[in-house]
Design a binder for this molecule. Structure first.
Ligand SMILES: [Zn+2]
Length: 294
């Protein structure tokens, strides 16, 4: 080593040590002042790098619940998911994918999760509209047809699975989505906790935002990214169904999605940055390792 290259080497060494000390100080500040998902700067999110998969619940042939006015749930799911996708794309989340499946369950459910995994999604949301068990339905006549309704349980409900690979992040997104829906004047339904739901009772794990636990949902269990299922509202409720059919209601839900996804994307970016800084500041990542000194 010449005197000149030795001098350069020591300047490099000193700068590297100073840089690592600065990183370590940053990590200490971050960990003492903020929990992992607290109020991240939205600027940290790069929407164009963040892929949301919007899964349209059910299929054209097996269309889910039938509304109080005789319309299949699949029609509502498709319309809402398309509007949410448009709103996310407009907000810069241009990698958002609408997942439409022809394959009926149970195979179709596994196919949805497989598709989301293959797409390397950052977030998976399955879009549904709610009904009630058959024994809670009443009959009425609408447009000359016998239809079924239940007016008791309006509101949205969000589900996560504890068996999802990213359980904590799924709950964090569920919370953000629930609070964003509430900011749009919507409320969740608490009826999944009631004994009348029998084996369909669910544990309310976030009573503030309306997030329930439903471990066995295949699309949440088999996806490798944060995943939630949204029941956007009850279509067997005669009033709420009419509201759910309006562009105005879908617009409020879409606005809530943009807000929740933006915040979630930022929190994920911040968590990744903190993770990188912790690695750089850890004793295993010593300057001698970086400089190749044995
Ligand atoms: Zn459904």
């Amino acid at each position: 080593m010449t005197p000149r290259s030795a001098a350069s080497f020591f300047v490099f060494l000193i700068l590297s040590v100073a840089l690592l000390a600065a990183f370590a100080a940053g990590v200490r500040t971050a960990s003492s002042e903020e929990p992992a998902l607290a109020q991240p700067s939205v600027a940290a999110c790069r929407p164009t790098d963040f892929r949301v998969v919007l899964d349209v619940g059910h299929t054209a042939d097996v269309p889910g619940a039938i509304s109080a006015h005789g319309i299949p749930e699949y029609v509502f799911n498709m319309r809402l998911a398309a509007d949410v996708k448009d709103a996310l794309v407009k907000a810069g989340f241009d990698k958002t994918v609408l997942l439409v499946t022809d394959q009926a369950p149970p195979l179709g459910l596994f196919e949805r999760a497989w598709s989301a995994n293959k797409l390397n999604a950052d977030l998976f949301v399955s879009i549904h509209h709610d009904s009630v068990p058959d024994y809670l339905l009443q009959s009425w006549e609408y447009a000359g047809h016998q239809e079924h309704y239940n007016d008791d349980f309006p509101g949205y409900a969000i589900f996560i699975s504890n068996e999802n690979a990213e359980r904590a992040a799924s709950l964090a997104f569920g919370h953000l989505l629930g609070k964003a829906l509430q900011a749009q004047g919507l409320a969740y339904t608490p009826h999944y906790t009631l004994p009348l739901m029998r084996h369909r009772r669910r544990q309310l794990i976030d009573a503030d935002a309306g997030v329930y636990r439903y471990d066995a949902l295949v699309v949440l269990q088999r996806t490798r990214m944060p995943a939630v299922l949204l029941e956007a509202g009850s279509i067997v409720n005669r009033t709420e169904e009419l509201d759910m059919a309006t562009p105005e209601r879908r617009g409020r839900i879409s606005t809530a999605f943009v807000s929740a996804v933006t915040e979630f994307c930022a929190s994920r970016a911040l968590a990744r940055r903190n993770h990188r800084m912790r690695r750089l500041a850890s004793p295993d990542f010593a300057p001698r390792h970086r400089l190749g000194i044995r």
